[in-house]
Unconditional design. Sequence first.
Length: 179
Amino acid sequence: MHAIGDEANRHAIDVLVALGAGGRIEHAQLLHLDDVPRLAAAGITASIQPEHAMDDRDLAERYWPGREHRAYLVCSLVDAGVTVRFGSDAPVTPLDPWFAISAAVTRARDGRDPWFPAEAITGAEAIDASTRARLAPGQPADLAVLELDPTDPANADRLRSMPVAATFLAGRATHRAFG
């Protein structure tokens, strides 16, 4: 279900709770603070696009004054135990997952100050929200070999341009930046 706006999200949560089937809210943007624990308790996934925060920050401040701090509650959702999944909403924002990861970790882009930095999450949390499986027996061997540790806070400013050494899809090499 798609929902943007505090009342739209509240209604979406109400419907999913009434159905008792968990579910997923796409965007989950601009939430009432008391709806965050409701998402967690109901097992509802929040599918959010952190890069949208970088695009929307000026509009949110203009049209949602006094509520803009609730527009992209990434850390609040993670801390409450909500299952958070990232996406790009391509072609609205670029498909590159590092853009979403960077926006979630740094809450900044284009040399601007971080926007509501208390809602930033760690690199490990952002990677978790961006992946679909774990490296384990029986899981598909889809992986990326990176040149930097995306969970190291010292690399936060390089996330948007994360150097990828190799990628594997179903265990088959699909990209190699080395010989």
